[in-house]
Write a protein that binds this ligand. Structure first.
Ligand code: DP6
Length: 338
């Protein structure tokens, strides 16, 4: 990790408390962006070109336990991870930032995901958020979530939003030092909002989000219009949430996702995350909507489709998509983040 990142972490930790514990634990939900983060103004500090807004997936996410050991050891869903894998290397590199502040030569990280890893269901988001919460617990920093969101951002941009349940927004910020680019909760609930997940594949995607967004930014002629467009969607979505305007929420999220994918497809070489079934599902959703069912979709950097609908239409939606996994993001069991 670079000196700039170490300095950034130092700055964030100036307000941290100190109480070294033997173990730390963190629990973070996965999140789905309704206004996507796609493109960075700074790749070292993971600073985005546009603000983004998400909804967390309740109990779907990551639970991480951490303790100090002589050398890094990672266990994912009960399986030890080979340190030579890109997954382990990225994790070790991130942890470089915290060895000194945690007085730990190495970390044992035990992670359990309730979502497929790297299948476009944002597991890096919940993964880095849970890891930062576990570090906060281990070192007794007692930092507020906004500051933790900036640490999680260094691991993966979308992880900044996974510090929160419900709706979260990540403000892109303007400062070069990254201290105004943080996420926060939108303090509201929307109890009849539902998310449906159509998992077409759990296979790892051929091009990760990180490389994909960089390629889009550098080569897609359509990218020039993306940041301003996303800022408009960000505002529209915030208003739709305040006004409980489901049609605007759904239509804005769907258009935002499809524009992101169109922008990627215009990259060189083109970036196409869809499977043939992805297109079939898009057609299906749009036909059902034309026939009067209020249902919308969003898709991250992968082929899986996520549906947005309201509780009153659960029966019709479940009948149209039998394999659907339905999530109630504001269900009673999902405690609000402090
Ligand atoms: C399509 O957060 O995975 O899911 O910051 O490089 O780790 P890095 O990228 P990442 O990108 C997520 C992209 C997205 C949209 C979103 O979640 O906003």
């Amino acid at each position: 990790m670079s000196e700039i990142q170490h300095q950034f972490v130092k700055k964030i930790l100036t307000s941290a408390s100190h109480g070294a514990y033997e173990k730390g634990r963190g629990l973070a939900p996965s999140n789905i962006a309704l206004c996507k983060y796609w493109g960075k103004r700074d790749t070292t500090l993971n600073l985005p070109l546009n603000s983004s807004l998400s909804i967390s997936l309740g109990e779907k996410g990551t639970c991480t336990q951490i303790r100090r050991v002589p050398n890094d050891q990672f266990i994912l869903n009960g399986e030890p991870i080979d340190p030579a894998t890109p997954f382990a290397q990225r994790l070790s590199t991130f942890l470089e930032l915290f060895r000194e502040p945690c007085r730990a030569p190495g970390f044992e990280v035990i992670t359990d995901n309730t979502i497929p890893t790297a299948a476009g269901l944002a597991s890096s988001a919940s993964g880095y958020a849970a890891l930062v919460l576990a570090l906060n617990d281990l070192a007794g920093w007692d930092l507020p979530r906004q500051l933790l969101s900036m640490l999680a951002r260094l691991g993966s941009g979308s992880a900044s939003r996974s510090l929160f349940t419900g709706f979260a927004c990540w403000h892109r910020g303007e400062r070069a030092d990254g201290t105004d680019s943080f996420a926060e909760a939108i303090e509201t609930t929307w109890s009849d909002l539902r998310i449906g997940i159509l998992t077409l594949t759990e296979a790892e995607k051929p091009v990760g989000s990180r490389a994909g967004m960089q390629r889009t930014l550098e080569t897609s002629p359509r990218y020039a219009g993306w940041p301003a467009r996303a800022e408009v969607d960000f505002e529209l979505l915030q208003r739709a949430i305040v006004q409980r305007d489901f049609e605007t929420l759904g239509a804005t999220a769907e258009a935002n996702a499809l524009e992101m994918h169109a922008t990627m497809r215009a990259a060189a070489p083109p970036l196409d995350y869809f499977l043939p079934e992805t297109r079939t599902h898009i057609d299906r959703v749009q036909h059902l909507r034309a026939a009067g069912l209020p249902i919308y979709l969003t898709i991250d950097a992968g082929p899986n489709v996520k549906l947005l609908f309201q509780a009153a239409h659960t029966t019709e939606v479940a009948a149209a998509f039998p394999a659907l996994e339905i999530i109630d993001p504001f269900g009673a069991s999902h405690a609000r983040t402090p």
